[in-house]
Design a protein around this ligand. Structure first.
Ligand SMILES: O=C(O)c1cc(=O)[nH]c(=O)n1[C@@H]1O[C@H](COP(=O)(O)O)[C@@H](O)[C@H]1O
Length: 239
């Protein structure tokens, strides 16, 4: 796979018009993420736009609820025929197992390929200090992220979302088949914004990430195409 196919760009925009404008501004992007903002504002409508352009789709709805409810949501989401789907590991082992089964059922009922189900370990906007003081988690952040990933793996999920700072450790412990997706990626020239545990694209890939989610460094750049090109050039040096 070419390095640029490992970059997922989020459609973090308010409406379908802005989403289509972004997709058309960056025709080189082959993998798009549909997240909470756009899905809440416009529903699944944008999925058809992406499919008609042969794009891969990460449906990032970050489910977090009781087992019965996440199972229902996963069944419905799997029916859309997307490539990746998220759930929070902190929904717990029973919810993760129920979700794993539900994506298979939902996809089979719709006659589509099931998505890879991946678990959020610790959001990349959370610092070690916030994990300890606000969320009252007594483990060190890397250890906690690893525990969440291992629980997801035991529950039968396909992979996890983690920050680039934990990806090497997760890769070592979870093996090569486990999909590791890293947001919180920042080229040296980009602002961090609300991301607390970032590394550069080349560092994240070298550390073992399968995919990088890179949003604002590209989408909020004065020249998004140029920013995309710079990131691809950086990645080509490691791929
Ligand atoms: O699930 C995600 O994609 C995700 C998990 C996480 O821990 N941190 C995180 O930033 N994300 C998403 O990754 C994207 C990062 O965007 P930028 O910070 O603009 O690069 C956003 O769409 C977030 O919703």
């Amino acid at each position: 796979m070419k390095a640029e196919q490992k970059i997922i760009v989020p459609l973090d925009v308010a409406n379908i018009t802005d989403a289509i404008a972004l997709i058309e501004k960056l025709p080189q992007v082959s993998f798009w993420k549909l997240g909470l903002e756009l899905f809440t504002s416009t529903g699944p409508q944008i999925l058809q736009e992406l499919k008609s352009r042969q794009k891969r789709i990460f449906l990032d709805l970050k489910f977090h609820d009781i087992p019965n409810t996440v199972a229902g949501a996963c069944r419905a989401a799997a029916g859309y025929g997307v490539d990746l789907l998220t759930i929070h590991a902190t929904a717990g082992r029973d919810a993760l197992k129920a979700a794993t089964e539900a994506v298979q059922t939902g996809a089979a009922q719709a006659g589509v390929e099931p998505p890879k189900l991946i678990a959020i370990t610790v959001l990349t906007s959370i610092s070690s200090r916030q994990l300890a003081f606000d969320l009252k988690i007594p483990l060190e952040l890397p250890e906690y992220a690893l525990e969440m990933a291992l629980m997801a793996q035991e529950a039968g999920l396909d992979g996890a979302v983690c920050s680039p700072q934990e990806v090497a450790q997760l890769r070592d412990s979870c093996g090569n088949e486990f999909l590791l997706v890293c947001p919180g990626v920042r080229p040296t020239w980009a602002e961090k914004g609300d991301q607390k545990r970032s590394l550069t694209p080349s560092q994240a890939l070298q550390a073992g990430a399968n995919y990088l989610v890179i949003g604002r460094p590209v989408t909020a750049a004065a020249e998004p195409e140029l920013a995309w090109k710079q990131i691809c050039e950086e990645l080509a040096t490691v791929a």
